[in-house]
Design a protein around this ligand. Structure first.
Ligand code: SF4
Length: 491
């Protein structure tokens, strides 16, 4: 690596036009080097040549590892203060996913299974969308934007291939087209730097906004299983969760074993307060394949068979309630056990809890309305947002009664609860707009049980010619012809 050459490149591009720059800063080593180099170049320019604003964006997914999130938050505050004092045109932005996209709203509210490689629903929602929305706004205001990233070809063979592919499409030197956004260009000043170059620079050049890069080094070291030196470690360890980031979300189940959070806990007694987070993350990881915790139907009620068994669907009502309770209990416990700086750490925000309640009651028709009760039991205070939702007139008592009347048949209870809710809320069962919802409610839950549903799905697949007779196992219960409800559902 040649630092002067890299800085020259940054200087030339900055001075070449008036297109605003957006620097992506995760708080990790590569984005810190990149921002630090840009900062130094701007600092060295005469004031009159600092003609355009540089936006520094950093995304808080809401489930960041606490130490990493604190590092990023303090860093942004320091940048704002120092840039203000020195008259540097940096503007910092902490970005957040929309509430509807938040990790907990999807996992606990909608019941999405904890992320896996094959079903990684989180990266786009939690990280990509907030950044893209910001870049789109800047692009819309100025016609174009340049996104400055700390991506390096040496990160992985895959990364190298992708970067080289976009390089072929360059129409200006050093600017690759942004793969997902029009009129936006990507500049990667350290694209050819090796891993060791990054640490060498960080540990030899003081951080210009007043952080100590040795703290970042220690964060990486403590997040490795045997406190290995990060300079050596990352040459062999790849991070398959979110690629660029050495530290993913504390909830990440895409990695088989969470290395960094559990390593931080194991490596430093001061981090022991985060042990419950590791345990909760392990529970999430175990829930991925646990059939007792997940529905046998997909989100839309369909049954998709794989090797004769239904693919796992969303988390059941009781699992979602358990997760919310565990999370709120953990939040309460942290207020006692965490170091003072983390006592008020928010594991789940009030806005997320309100949206989860809305989804449970309005979308899932769970009018026993469990959120206020779980809140009161775990926080010891009455739920303060009762008026968010129009009351149906029914509650936990009626839910228990319905359960009793349905003889513990959960599918039948679910169907009746949904139909009651649709009737109560919509003022007339058979008004046109309700018919689809009524049909959907019956389609979802007319089975006697999972076995019955599987038999029905096999019969359906057989009918559609997607499986042979051999796929129907002998011990499957006899399949009845289509039931009256189904026959009527064409309306
Ligand atoms: S770190 Fe893991 S949980 Fe977080 S967005 Fe990436 S894949 Fe999803």
């Amino acid at each position: 690596m040649d630092i002067d050459q890299t800085k020259d490149r940054i200087r030339q591009l900055y001075l070449a036009d008036t297109i605003p720059w957006v620097v992506g800063w995760s708080g990790g080593k590569d984005s810190t080097v990149t921002l630090q180099l840009v900062w130094e170049v701007l600092d060295e320019l005469p004031r009159e040549q600092r003609h355009k604003t540089i936006h520094v964006i950093s995304t808080d997914t809401g489930v960041e590892q606490p130490l990493v999130a604190a590092w990023a938050e303090h860093g942004l505050k320091q940048m704002t203060a120092v840039a203000g004092d020195k008259g540097l045109p940096f503007k910092t932005h902490r970005l957040h996913p929309e509430i509807k996209d938040s990790f907990w709203v999807n996992l606990i509210g909608r019941g999405y299974g904890a992320p896996q490689r094959a079903f990684r629903w989180c990266t786009n929602r939690e990280k990509v969308r907030p950044a893209n929305t910001f870049i789109q706004t800047v692009t819309a205001q100025h016609g174009e934007s340049i996104v400055v990233l700390g991506t390096r070809k040496a990160e992985s063979a895959n990364r190298k291939r992708t970067m080289e592919r976009y390089e072929q499409k360059r129409i200006r030197e050093w600017l690759s087209p942004n793969g997902s956004l029009g009129n936006s260009w990507v500049f990667s000043p350290i694209e050819d730097w090796e891993h060791e170059d990054v640490w060498e620079y960080l540990l030899s050049v003081p951080n210009p906004w007043g952080r100590d890069n040795r703290d970042l080094f220690n964060l990486y070291r403590d997040g490795s299983p045997d406190q290995e030196c990060p300079v050596v470690l990352e040459v062999t360890v790849k991070t398959p969760s979110c690629g660029q980031s050495r530290f993913g979300c504390w909830t990440c189940t895409v990695v088989t074993t969470d290395r960094s959070l559990s390593a931080m806990v194991a490596n430093d007694p001061e981090n022991a307060w985060m042990a419950p987070l590791v345990a909760f993350r392990d529970t999430l990881a175990a829930s991925v394949h646990d059939r007792t915790m997940r529905d046998f139907r997909r989100q839309d009620g369909q049954i998709k068979l794989y090797n004769g068994r239904p693919n796992l669907g969303p988390y059941t009502k009781s699992t979602r309630e358990r997760f919310l309770r565990d999370l709120l209990e953990m939040q309460a416990a942290l207020r006692e056990s965490a170091p003072p700086a983390f006592r008020d750490w928010t594991l789940i925000s009030d806005d997320e809890i309100r949206e989860i309640r809305r989804i449970w009651v309005e979308d899932k028709h769970e009018w026993d309305d469990r959120v206020p009760a779980i809140w009161a039991e775990t926080r010891g205070t009455p739920y303060p947002y009762m008026n968010d939702i129009r009351p149906t007139g029914f509650g936990a008592e009626e839910w228990a009664l319905l359960d009793e009347v349905c003889g513990g048949d959960q599918l039948f209870r679910e169907m009746q609860a949904t139909l009651l809710d649709l009737t109560m809320n919509r003022n007339g069962l058979f008004r046109g707009t309700n018919l689809d919802a009524v049909a959907q409610a019956i389609r979802r839950s007319f089975y006697r049980n999972e076995e019955d549903a599987v038999a029905f799905a096999k019969q359906r697949e057989q009918f559609l010619g997607t499986i042979s007779d051999d796929d129907i196992v002998d011990d499957a219960p006899p399949v009845e012809p289509l039931r009256p409800q189904q026959l009527q559902l064409t309306f």
